[in-house]
Design a protein around this ligand. Structure first.
Ligand SMILES: *Cc1c(COP(=O)(O)O)cnc(C)c1O
Length: 356
């Protein structure tokens, strides 16, 4: 039976990417060594790094002053690294709180300066994206989380402001075209929509760097990583390679506009069923629903376990909701095929026939 991977992260990767990655572990491009045993300073790996950077720039159409970095430490390290590099001790940064990940970013930023939470959807268990708020002119930056992996909400439009935006795009990077020029810095842990765990993509407007007074340790200073082309220390060689392969795959699929189309089609399939099927209901406010993580619940708690079991029988894996939300979450990232979403939809219809 075909299995369908709805895991929230680490998550599904394109089958072709997994095959190429497996081959590179045995013999990388016919050089007689595994990718796992070659130097990060070797011409072979430098080429991988350069291609990965070039693909990021090409897919997002990055302006000249935006630099691409591949770092370690996960998106969680960016919670403090962004503030450390961009926020003066007596400065102010504005944050929009749309869930667990935003809250963690807020907590870390407070170690380095003043944080103004200008909007929050905590009042309704993070089921919506706040829309009514004022962005203080003098803020060093505005931080937001573009897609809330746990709650299944997503910014479908970004604020227009002269304040540079810093955005955690861990779970929707490369899922749609974006205008990068409004962002000062974008970061994303690779393991949701881009590659395996172990590497974090950072895209930063170089003009914002070097302005704070504090002393920044070398490993935590973006300028240092820019100067050393992400190889100040040993970079996560294998995750960067797999990320590069995924970027090639996205390009071959037609780039970000095609990705968005593909993602919209899949999201429509699952949300239509959630809305149609009397045994399920969506968690997030309709207009803010995520194209990446569809969260839903049953009306009857007694239905929860039986549905998980039925879905599993249909090959649908990883749909149990996050422990803080409960219910179900179908993560339908770039690499997921329409046929897998249909398998889940059919499982929901089957469940309705049995229990409706
Ligand atoms: C998963 C996730 C994180 C945490 O990423 P790590 O790489 O594990 O630190 C942060 N933000 C968002 C939006 C996420 O989905």
């Amino acid at each position: 039976m075909k299995k369908h991977n709805f895991s929230a992260g680490p998550a599904i990767l394109p089958a072709a990417v997994i095959e190429q990655a497996a081959a590179a572990v045995l013999d990388f491009n016919g050089i007689g060594f595994s990718l796992l045993e070659i130097s990060h300073r070797s011409p072979e790996f430098i080429q991988v790094m350069e291609e990965a950077e070039a693909l990021v720039s090409e897919l997002l159409q990055l302006p000249e002053q935006y630099k691409v970095l591949f770092l370690s430490g996960g998106a969680s390290s960016q919670f403090f690294m962004t503030a450390m590099n961009l926020l003066e001790q007596d400065g102010h940064a504005a944050y929009i709180d749309t869930g667990t990940w935003s809250s963690k970013a807020i907590k870390e930023a407070r170690l380095f300066g003043n944080v103004d939470v200008i909007a929050s959807s905590k009042d309704k268990q993070y089921t919506y994206i706040p829309k009514d708020y004022l962005i203080p002119e003098g803020a060093a930056y505005l931080h937001l989380t573009s897609n809330n992996t746990i709650y299944g909400t997503q910014f479908h439009a970004f604020p227009t402001t002269s304040v540079p935006m810093v955005c955690d795009m861990s779970s929707d990077i490369f899922s749609r075209p974006i205008d990068v020029s409004g962002f000062g810095l974008i970061y994303a842990g690779a393991q949701k929509n881009l590659g395996p765990a172990g590497v974090t993509l950072v895209i930063v407007n170089e003009e914002l760097l070097g302005k704070v007074n504090r002393v920044i340790p070398s490993m935590l200073n973006y300028k240092n990583h820019i100067e050393q082309q992400s190889s100040y220390n040993t970079p996560p060689v294998f995750p960067i390679y797999v990320t590069m392969l995924t970027l090639r795959w996205i390009k071959a699929m037609g780039g970000l506009a095609a990705m968005e189309q593909h993602n919209r089609t899949k999201a429509a399939l699952i949300y239509n069923e959630i809305d149609r099927n009397p045994l399920f209901r969506g968690v997030a406010q309709t207009e803010d629903r995520s194209l990446m993580n569809a969260t839903f619940v049953t009306g009857d708690p007694a239905h929860e376990k039986p549905f998980l079991a039925l879905a599993k029988e249909a090959g649908c894996d990883g749909i149990k909701g996050h422990r803080s939300v409960g219910g179900f979450r179908a993560s339908i990232y770039n690499a997921m095929e329409q046929e897998s979403v249909l398998a889940l939809v059919q499982a929901m219809q089957h469940f309705e026939r049995v229990n409706g």
